[in-house]
Design a protein around this ligand. Structure first.
Ligand code: CU
Length: 86
């Protein structure tokens, strides 16, 4: 029983180690796509998208990658951009 629990814990940890860095590298790519798309536009939606992208960047730097991805999706939606997920 103890061995089973240890096995599950090790598996969960391994999953966390794999999922963590994958998400950590995802956010900057999403943020870049938004800034590339909104960068040269001066309309209100683009300004909003850039503000949301900046928030996503701050969340990413705070280690909140899942929240950052969500914020990036919100930003993309504001300008009708379809994000390329890795
Ligand atoms: Cu991140």
């Amino acid at each position: 029983m103890r061995r089973l629990i240890t096995g599950i814990a090790t598996g969960a940890l391994a999953l966390g180690l794999i999922a963590g860095p994958a998400l950590a590298t995802q956010c900057p790519l999403l943020i870049k796509q938004i800034n590339d798309a909104a960068g040269n536009r001066l309309d209100a939606a683009s300004a909003q998208a850039k503000a949301l992208a900046a928030e996503a960047d701050a969340l990413h730097k705070a280690g909140k990658h899942a929240d950052s991805v969500k914020k990036a999706e919100e930003a993309a939606k504001a300008i009708g951009l379809k994000l390329q997920m890795k």
